[in-house]
Design a protein. Sequence first.
Lengths: 332, 126
Amino acid sequence: MRILNPFIAVLALIAVALVAAQVPGGQALIGIILPYLAFALFLGGFAYRVLQWAKSPVPFRIPTTCGQANSLPWIKQNKIDCPSTKLGVIARMILEVFLFRSLFRNTKAEMHEGPKLVYGSSKFLWLFALLFHYCFLVIVLRHMRLFMDPVPGFVAALEFGDGFLQIGAPVFYQTDAIFLGAIAFLFLRRVMLSNIRYISLPADYFPLFLIFGIGLTGILMRYVFRADVVAIKQLTHGLTTFAPAIAAGQISPVFFIHVFLVCALLIYFPFSKLMHMAGIFMSPTRNMINNSRMVHHTNPWNDPNIKPHSYAHYEDEFREFMKDGGIPVDKE
Amino acid sequence: MYGKGRIIPALIIFLGLMTSPIWFKSGDASKMPKPEKPKDYTECVAPTAYMRTSHMVLLNQWRDDILRQDGARTGKTPNGTEYVRSLQNGCMKCHSDKKKFCDTCHNYTSVKPYCWDCHLQPKEAM
């Protein structure tokens, strides 16, 4: 059920788009109004979530320490995994954001005869997550050819690099295949490993199905039910210049399914786990300097009128009562 | 709010990047490519809608058919006009100006077909 429901939800989205693309006015709704609405919700929701997070105080240092902390001079510190300087944190964040370093530490647990619990390294999650995210980035950047005119040089360079195997016409993009393969892996990982399946929720499957649907419709549009790219660019470029127009009857329904799913993703984004896009930068367990033993950190909501109350003071205040109660005191 | 000095600029940069196609001096959307149609011919080898979306597939089929399977070098349009299944001797016979025909849409959508890696470009397009 946790797998089936999100799958049905994505199929329903596809069905809605397919029907709406045939209804008069439906194409303008999906092609013009919905993208503006979805994009505004995406940006607004994204900013709202980030500002909400920024309002949460993190008074104390809570970095996950994955190595030796700064200590005595003859103990070698792990400067990236337990950073005590700003530079260390910057290095840690760069490696985390660009290379997903914490996924590299992913482990698997297996039960062997005995019963014996055995832990081992498991790098596949890291590898496929990295492939998935970078392919997604390349694909999104490639799409800029539809939103900009003239098309910037880096987009053309990406297209050239992506299609440099020169298979078929229109030329085959490697990222398309790697992208779907990586999503398939991320999905199968959740289904095949019983312990991962146990903790997987509809919110984990839904984005996978949705993004797979987006990738699949995009690929179908390029290689199977080829779409009229000039007519599509007229619409998409019109969206960015606020003069959208739909060439009647020239754009295939697959395009509208594709756009509808992308809009669904954009709207869903700020409300979902996909916000890890911003969250990774704001994770206190990653972006804090581990300097608790060097710097005094004061809780910002401490009442300044409440002064520190040491045990010596406490005893001075209650000495008589303590004596009466038979409690031992330091000073007579 | 905490960490204002870093979060607000980062958020503004993010929003700027996301909306960059809008800020990018992005020309006029109504300025569509107008490929020059041949004056002396009215019929192509396949319907316009098909040619618009799938001419590259047709060219690939011709190449595979002729060069790898020894297929026919000529074909007939639905109206019975004979044509040469060839980019330079067929297509370019009517659509003779690469710059005014092929390139208009290809440049508009940033498509760089590798036809001309092997075929000689017409002189005026060099």
